[in-house]
Design a protein around this ligand. Structure first.
Ligand code: PMP
Length: 409
C-alpha cells in the first residue's frame, strides 16, 4: 500500500475529536495511553456496518451474512499482514489485551504443573500480573519477577538468572504504559527460548507507536487492544503461533467454536474459531481492520520520529519546572511522560488541567507495583499519539505555569 508522507496537520483533519471543546477550551488530548481517539474512516466503517451490512457471521447463506463474514475475515487478514503473522488463523479476535492474556493464562496454562515457573516483569500492567497469579495459584506454580532499575529499565542479567528449565512462560510488556520504557523484547524472547520457555508480549502500547513484526520477533503470543490503536473498544487480538494454539484447549465453550456436538462428545472447530466462542464483536472486528488500514497508510517510522520529537520537546520544557520529578527515564522510551511536582497532588493538577481543556491521566495507571517501587501513590501521565503537536505541549506548559503556584499556596 502506498504510504502518505507524515504531516501532522493533515492527520488532525482525519480526527473529528480535534474540534471538541472541553470547559470552553479547545480539547488537548494527552491521555492516549488509556485510549486513542478515532479517525473518521473508522467511525464511518462502524456506522456503515450497522446501517447496511449488519448480520451474524459464519452462519448464514444469505447475502448480508456473507458480506459481514467477508468483511470480518478481510479484517483478520489486514491485521495478519500488518503484524507479519504467517497465517490469518493465528489472529484470534478477543475483547482486548486483558482478554487475550487471560486466554493464554487459562488455555496454555493448562499445560503447566506444580513447580513450573512463570516470569513477568516489575513494570507490568495489572492485566499482565493477575492472570498469572491466578494461574500459579490454580496449578501450584511459582511467579517470578524481573526487577528494574530507578530509570525504569529491566535488569536483563537478573532475568538470565531467573530463567531455568522450570520456566514455562515469560510474559512481558513491549512498552510500559506508566513509564514509556521500550523493552528489548527480542533479547527477552531469545533468552527464554534457550531454556525452552514460551513468550507472551503485551503489545497494548506498541503497535500505535512502533513497527511490530511478530515473525521477526519470534514471540509465541502477542496481545493488543483495538481501542489504543485508533480502533473500537471491546475488540482486540491474540496472536499465537499455529502449533501452540492448536495444542491448547479452548478457553470458552459455545457456538462457532465446535465442529460437532452431541450429548456424549463434542469436537472443536479449527483455528481461529476454536478460540472465538459465541457471536463476536463483529462491527468491532471490522472497525479494527479499518484502523489497521489507517495505520498502513502511514509510514510507522515517520510516526515514531514525530512522537520522539514530541517526547524530547515536552521533556525539555517540563524539566524547567521547579520541583518536577520524572518517573521512567529509560534510554529507550516512547511518548509517555510520568511525573510529579513537589508540593502538589497529582489529582489536583489533573483536575485543574481539565478545567483548561487538557486531558491527562493521574493515578497508578493499573501498575501499582511500579508505584510501590518508587514509593509514590501515583503520577501525572502525559501520553502522546500521532495527532499531538508541539503547540499543544506549549499550552500544557503555560497551563502548568499557572496551576502550580496556585496549588503550592
Ligand atoms: N497492558 C498494558 C501495557 C496497557 O497499557 C493496558 C491498558 N492500559 C492493558 C494491558 C490492558 O488493556 P485493555 O484494558 O484494553 O484490555
Amino acid at each position: 500500500m502506498e504510504k502518505v508522507a507524515f504531516n501532522v496537520q493533515e492527520i488532525r483533519k482525519e480526527f473529528p475529536f480535534i474540534n471538541r471543546k472541553v470547559n470552553g477550551k479547545k480539547l488537548i488530548y494527552f491521555d492516549n495511553g488509556a485510549t486513542s481517539q478515532k479517525p473518521q474512516s473508522v467511525i464511518n466503517r462502524l456506522t456503515n456496518f450497522y446501517t447496511n451490512e449488519n448480520a451474524n457471521i459464519h452462519r448464514g447463506v444469505h447475502t448480508l451474512s456473507q458480506e459481514a463474514t467477508s468483511a470480518y475475515e478481510e479484517s483478520r487478514i489486514n491485521i495478519q499482514q500488518y503484524i507479519g503473522a504467517k497465517h490469518s488463523h493465528e489472529i484470534i479476535f478477543t475483547k482486548g489485551t486483558t482478554d487475550s492474556i487471560n486466554i493464554v493464562a487459562f488455555s496454555f496454562g493448562e499445560h503447566l504443573k506444580e513447580g513450573d515457573e512463570v516470569i513477568i516483569s516489575a513494570m507490568e500492567h495489572h492485566s499482565n500480573i493477575v492472570p498469572w497469579q491466578m494461574l500459579c495459584e490454580r496449578k501450584g506454580c511459582r511467579l517470578r519477577v524481573i526487577p528494574m532499575n530507578q530509570a525504569g529499565e529491566l535488569l536483563l542479567d537478573e532475568y538470565s538468572n531467573l530463567l531455568s528449565s522450570k520456566t514455562k512462560l515469560v510474559a512481558v510488556t513491549h512498552i510500559s504504559n506508566a513509564l514509556g520504557t521500550i523493552n528489548d523484547v527480542k533479547t527477552i524472547i531469545e533468552k527464554a527460548h534457550q531454556v525452552g520457555a514460551k513468550v507472551l508480549i503485551d503489545g497494548a502500547q506498541s503497535i500505535q507507536h512502533t513497527k511490530v513484526d511478530v515473525e521477526a520477533l519470534d514471540c509465541d503470543f502477542y496481545a493488543f487492544s483495538g481501542h489504543k490503536l485508533f480502533g473500537p473498544t471491546g475488540v482486540g487480538v491474540l496472536y499465537g503461533k499455529e502449533e501452540l494454539l492448536n495444542d491448547m484447549p479452548p478457553y470458552q465453550g459455545g457456538g462457532d467454536m465446535i465442529s460437532e456436538v452431541s450429548f456424549e462428545r463434542t469436537t472443536y472447530n479449527t483455528l481461529p474459531h476454536k478460540f472465538e466462542a459465541g457471536t463476536p464483536h463483529i462491527a468491532g472486528g471490522i472497525g479494527l481492520g479499518e484502523a489497521f488500514h489507517f495505520l498502513n497508510s502511514l509510514d510507522i517510522d515517520q510516526v515514531e520520529a514525530h512522537e520522539k520529537e514530541l517526547l524530547d520537546y515536552a521533556t525539555m520544557r517540563l524539566k524547567k519546572i521547579e520541583g518536577i520529578k520524572f518517573y521512567g527515564e529509560a534510554k529507550n522510551k516512547t511518548s509517555v511522560i510520568s511525573f510529579l511536582v513537589e508540593g502538589t497532588h497529582p489529582y489536583d493538577v489533573g483536575t485543574l488541567l481539565d478545567k483548561m481543556g487538557i486531558a491527562v491521566r493521574t493515578g497508578h495507571h493499573c501498575t501499582q507495583p511500579i508505584m510501590n517501587f518508587y514509593n509514590i501513590p501515583g503520577t501525572i501521565r502525559v501520553s502522546f499519539a500521532l495527532y499531538n503537536t508541539k503547540e499543544e505541549i506549549d499550552l500544557l506548559i503555560t497551563a502548568l505555569d499557572r496551576i502550580i503556584p496556585m496549588l503550592k499556596n
